[in-house]
Write a protein that binds this ligand. Structure first.
Ligand SMILES: [Zn+2]
Length: 298
């Protein structure tokens, strides 16, 4: 198997790693992967993940909702309900920071296009990149929205967006450094970069350890905590302006984690742990299951 070989840390450039945690891919393959930790900055990285040519089958799951848009099962129904609430919150977060007028937005990893359609309906000029043909087809059929395949990220004109968003996408990127360079080129001065990521320092991550569903090996390669994503942004000309909690994710992640560790009554247990995580995040955003990072290009 061809793998992603990470010999230097994408955040600090360090080259020394230590084993951190052994995690199983409960979602698709049942294979086990090691998460290693940069001894300089502490960034956690999935070791030995299949490379771009071989990762495809690891996304082949009926349950992979962000692409297939199925709404079967209680966990999925909950996910869809929360997504509607989050669309409004995401829109407000962006519009309040950009000012009165809508502008031009790029969503990388646009999935089935829900977010972009929501923005388009509110006057935004939208562009989306999505590597799954199935998801692009859905966006075309359902919203008449033409998303671009991943390779076209290279062709977008420089300085053409007020806002670029990556909603739970950056942790998947095999070409992380290249994407950061494109972000720097594509966003106008004073524009926003909005990145949502799972938080490995969260209450639920600590509670579930190797069963924490948001490790999501080998699909998630980079497990950023607040200091890491701040440093990565600064390295590429972005200032971290705001951190917003995504507390609902704690429920979904906790239910999945309970299922992974074969707990009895996983939904009930997941709800309880999700609620505890939610409460913990009121007092300390750093304990929140997922976080939205808003960067400004200065
Ligand atoms: Zn490092």
């Amino acid at each position: 198997m061809k793998i992603v070989e990470t010999t230097s840390c994408p955040v600090c450039g360090g080259s020394r790693f230590e084993p951190f945690l052994s995690c199983t891919d409960h979602f698709v393959s049942g294979e086990t992967f090691l998460i290693k930790r940069c001894t300089d900055c502490g960034l956690k990285i999935t070791a030995g993940a299949p490379d771009e040519d071989e990762i495809g089958p690891y996304y082949q799951s009926e349950r992979y909702i962000s692409h297939s848009d199925t709404s079967r099962g209680m966990v999925n129904r909950l996910y869809h309900l929360v997504r509607k609430t989050m669309l409004v919150r995401k829109y407000r977060l962006i519009q309040n920071r950009v000012g009165q007028q809508p502008g031009s937005i790029l969503d990388i990893g646009a999935g089935t296009g829900y977010f972009l359609r929501f923005m388009q309906q509110r006057g935004w000029q939208v562009t989306g990149i999505e590597k799954s043909e199935q998801a692009r087809q859905f966006a075309r059929d359902e919203w008449n929205l033409e998303l671009l395949p991943a390779a076209q990220l290279a062709d977008l004109p420089a300085q053409s967006f007020e806002v670029v968003t990556l909603w739970h996408v950056m942790e998947h990127l095999q070409n992380l450094e290249y994407t950061w360079k494109r972000l720097t080129e594509l966003i106008r001065l004073g524009g926003l970069l909005v990145v949502a990521l799972p938080n490995p320092a969260s209450y639920d991550a600590r509670h579930y350890r190797e069963y924490w569903a948001a490790w999501d090996v080998p699909r998630h390669l980079w497990h950023f905590e607040i200091p890491h994503i701040r440093q990565a942004g600064e390295k590429h000309g972005f200032r971290l302006e705001k951190i917003q909690r995504m507390p609902f994710d704690a429920f979904y992640v906790s239910m999945l984690s309970e299922r992974y560790r074969n707990a009895s009554a996983p939904l009930l247990r997941g709800l309880i742990t999700g609620k505890l995580s939610w409460i913990a995040s009121w007092f300390d955003a750093g304990k929140c299951s997922s976080l939205i990072y808003v960067f400004r290009k200065d």
